[in-house]
Design a protein around this ligand. Sequence first.
Ligand code: GDP
Ligand code: MG
Length: 203
Amino acid sequence: MVETLSIAVIGAPGVGKTSIIRQFIYNDFSEVYTPTRTRYVYRPSVILNGNMYELKILDVPPISSFPSSSSQEWLDLRCRGVRNANAYILMYDICCVESFEYVKMIRQQIVEHREGSSSEVPILVVGNKRDLQRQRFMPRRAVSVLVKKTWKCGYVECSAKFNWHVVLLFKELLGIAVTRGMRQNHTAIRLQGALQRNRCTIM
Ligand code: GDP
Ligand code: MG
């Protein structure tokens, strides 16, 4: 059976979320900005280390906050599937400090609003528009240290425009998601074994 992994791509408007996804799937880039108004789902298949995965990539339109409950997610069509994603890409524009503040807020809300061990979901912070790096608001190293050491998230910079590090960022996130998923499966197998010892057969 092919494993499906859902990845929610979240970030302020205009940071390049749609561009990154389209570059990854279609090798396509447009300078023209077409704001994403509704949630869009892309379903590419990928092969990582010889294993095939079906991805469900959610291009999330602007949301004011991470849905705090299942009912909030259900009521707002833009957020559908966001709470239970297997991994997150939180994207900002390296030239726009406000877009980084937005990522900071969403990361905090993911940790607070996802319950129990699911708050340890893989999160990759992505700084896009690396081709404009002369206008960046903070040195790469400073952001990287903050994100990795304090937030305990992965960090990658890329350029959707020049298709630079785009495959790498998906590969990095998938690698983390698959490793964590495997650890959870081991727990599930152990749990199943434990349950079987006390099984109750209905006759
Ligand atoms: P979204 O609102 O986050 O989905 O952003 P879009 O993907 O629609 O991109 C917003 C604008 O930024 C568009 O005009 C893109 O052409 C531009 N853009 C996206 N990625 C890059 C990049 O890596 N470098 C540069 N220079 N522009 C980019
Ligand atoms: Mg978009």
